[in-house]
Design a binder for this molecule. Structure first.
Ligand code: NDP
Length: 240
């Protein structure tokens, strides 16, 4: 029997592709998001629990994880994928947008990790994969608050990796480049959005297929527990 995998932000983009690929391989899944109708529309068969969970609400996350663990056993992989990218210059962008990004991209990751780490440490087995970004180690104009959040994901992931490695628990980072998902649909600053589109066009308009990010995450997880692929940066070949 395979171990339980939890994926946050499973309703679109990378998370939906990860749900499909792990489901096809027979893993029991807890799929989380706020638009659960979009997760249901993936039409996955088998051991799949779908629950509403906002990653900024640790109580909601905890309730869903406990329910899934009761049905399928302990969580062996948590993929902290939920995230938001709101572009803009900080002298124009609203503080609400910074707050939403930091709450989702940083506190959301901390919330999930705090819930599953005690069990993983006790079992001396488990993996956390945090979805960061190339913007987690490289600056991009119009991305200040997003870059702050993803540098945060890199920093906290490496810190926790060092803290739990002695107990055989793995913490990994996947840092994708630009991909076609719903990420840009939330951007409210039209000039930042059009500069982003121009940047993509300057690279031939070719971005990552989310499927390839999902395949990479599965490869990272499928390595034996004694091997930790600490970080993978993956981008379209043409990305600068
Ligand atoms: P999408 O917008 O397609 O997916 C984002 C997912 O996050 C959705 O499923 C959304 O679900 C979920 N989400 C957002 N806010 C919350 C919240 N508060 N609570 C729970 N779920 C939430 O974008 P991507 O697939 O591209 O994004 C996935 C991750 O990949 C993000 O962390 C993003 O920063 C990162 N990334 C994306 C890149 C890209 O170019 N696309 C490049 C590098 C990194 P719902 O709205 O249903 O809650």
């Amino acid at each position: 029997m395979k171990n339980l995998i939890v994926i946050t932000g499973a309703s679109s983009g990378f998370g939906a592709e990860m749900a499909k690929i792990f489901n096809a391989d027979g893993y029991p899944l807890l799929l989380l998001g706020r638009r659960i109708e979009k997760i249901e529309a993936l039409n996955l068969d088998g051991e799949v629990m779908i629950r509403h969970a906002d990653v900024t609400d640790q109580g909601e996350l905890s309730k869903a994880i406990k329910e899934a663990e009761k049905a399928y056993g302990p969580v062996d992989l948590l993929i902290n994928n939920a995230g938001l990218m709101l572009l803009g210059n900080i002298w124009k962008q609203s503080a609400t947008e910074w707050q939403t990004m930091l709450d989702t991209n940083v506190l959301g990751v901390l919330n999930g990790m705090q819930l599953v780490l005690p069990g993983m440490k006790e079992r001396h087995h488990g993996t956390i994969i945090n979805v960061s970004s190339i913007a987690g180690f490289k600056a991009f104009q119009n991305h200040a608050a997003y870059v702050a959040s993803k540098f945060g994901v890199h920093g906290l992931s490496e810190t926790v990796r060092q803290e739990v490695s002695g107990e055989n628990v793995r913490v990994m980072i996947v840092a994708p480049g630009a991909a076609e998902t719903e990420l840009l649909t939330h951007v409210t600053d039209n000039s930042a959005l059009s500069e982003y589109e121009d940047w993509k066009q300057s690279m031939g308009g070719i971005t990552l297929d989310p499927k390839h990010v999902a395949e990479t995450v599965k490869f990272m997880y499928d390595m034996p527990q004694e091997v930790n692929i600490r970080e993978v940066d993956i981008a379209a070949t043409r990305q600068d």
